[in-house]
Design a protein around this ligand. Structure first.
Ligand code: PLP
Length: 396
């Protein structure tokens, strides 16, 4: 287990030790409920909540009032889509999203279709990018919301959110962007001025699991019925006792990682490009979304004449990568993202997502490339359609 090189940082990240240290007192000594306002246990908890919200708001350049804490990006997505839809159903019922969104968005949209929503699923080109012209054609006065992610979790490709935002504003449609994979990997710049809603997840940026966040631009205009009712916490938008250790941990993770974003982005990009160059020397290898605006840490590569399942089984003993999104890893269907990009099933099945993190070293990448080269060769040898060629070996 310990010898396995971890290259699956888009699936999840280890908690930073400083994050764990910041959280620990709130499990043990300062375990109070932030809503208990009649004693010091509660005051300490609400003080931690306030300070953490201040740190997060400051780092993201938003107001603490624009933040709602949740259990993760999946809950945030459910809250935003269902909340807005249920609230506005009598006025507008059209939602536009994209075929390559995370399953959380696609599954919620499917569910809303049963409740009267009209959903348009935009197609993407072979690099995973939407067509702005298609968006302009599909958006209309009945379009309640456009839900388009910032960075794709499988290919890392970025959508043109500035132009999308402009189109939404012109049509008075709300814009929700899932920025779960962008946070901590690229600078968010003017992101918050472009969107009405966004979601984030702590375990993707070296924070604790089970912790997420919604950004709501105009909180004072939101009076939808809470998705999680009970207690009236978070301005009645999400009931339940505050997860103080989680909030403290998320805030520490944001503070630590957003401060060093350029350093981590440069480091992972160099390692990613190094791996990419070498993997492309394997005959029949293709890097998906290469040459387009992408997350610096993500590399999605597919191979011809390779059984994807066999490849991951062989590789799994040495390196931790994924084929598609972690949430889908039990399925033997090709990734819906790669399929939407027009990649044929056999190649989509023989694809892997390598996502690097701040702990990876050059030596990790060299070892990983060698494992991949050897494994592709091994699996291909079982394929009668494959003619053997010289493999490349990297000196470690
Ligand atoms: N959205 C994107 C783009 C993701 O990559 C993920 C996680 O895989 C999610 C949403 C769901 O996040 P969580 O695990 O916090 O529910």
């Amino acid at each position: 287990m310990r010898n396995t090189i971890y290259l699956d940082y888009n699936a999840t990240t280890p908690c930073d030790p400083e994050v764990v240290d910041a959280m620990l007192p709130y499990f043990r000594d300062n375990f109070g409920n932030a809503s208990s306002q009649s004693h010091s246990y509660g005051w300490l908890a609400s003080d931690a909540l306030e300070k953490s919200s201040f740190v997060i708001a400051n780092a993201l350049n938003v107001s603490p009032n624009q933040i709602i804490y949740t259990s993760g990006a999946t809950e945030s997505i459910n809250t935003i889509l269902k909340g807005v839809f249920n609230h506005k159903l009598n006025k507008k019922n059209h939602i536009i999203t994209v075929e390559t969104e995370h399953k959380a968005v696609l599954d919620v949209c499917q569910n809303l279709e049963k409740k009267g929503a009209r959903i348009t699923y935009l197609k993407v080109d072979k690099n995973g990018i939407i067509s702005l012209d298609e968006l302009k054609k599909k958006i209309n006065s009945n379009t309640l919301m456009v839900a388009i992610m910032f960075a794709n979790n499988e290919t890392g490709v970025l959508q043109p959110i500035e132009s999308i935002s402009e189109i939404c504003k012109k049509h008075s449609s709300l814009f929700f962007s899932d920025a779960t994979q962008a946070l901590g990997k690229i600078s968010l710049g003017s992101f918050f001025s472009l969107v009405d809603f966004a979601c984030f997840s702590s375990h993707k940026i070296y924070g604790p699991k089970g912790m997420g966040m919604i950004f709501i631009k105009k909180t004072d205009e939101i009076n939808w019925e809470s998705f999680v009712q009970g207690g009236g916490q978070q301005r009645k938008l999400r009931g339940g006792t505050y997860n103080i250790p989680g909030i403290v941990g998320f805030s520490k993770a944001i503070e630590l990682n957003l401060n060093q974003i350029e350093k981590f982005a440069n480091k992972t990009e160099k390692l990613r490009n190094y791996m990419e160059e070498l993997l492309l020397k394997i005959e029949g290898a293709k890097v998906n979304s290469r040459g387009f605006d992408r997350l610096p840490n993500t590399l999605n590569v597919s191979f011809s004449h390779v059984d994807g399942e066999q490849l991951l089984n062989v590789l799994g003993q040495h390196i931790a990568v994924s084929n598609g999104s972690a949430c889908n890893s039990a399925s033997i269907n090709p990734s819906h993202v790669l399929s939407a990009m027009g990649i044929e099933s056999s190649r989509a099945l023989a694809s892997m997502r390598i996502s690097l993190g701040k702990h990876n070293t050059l030596n990790d990448t060299k070892k990983a490339v060698n494992h991949i080269v050897k494994s592709v060769e091994k699996v291909r040898n079982n394929n009668i359609l494959w003619k053997k060629n010289n493999p490349i070996i990297v000196r470690e």
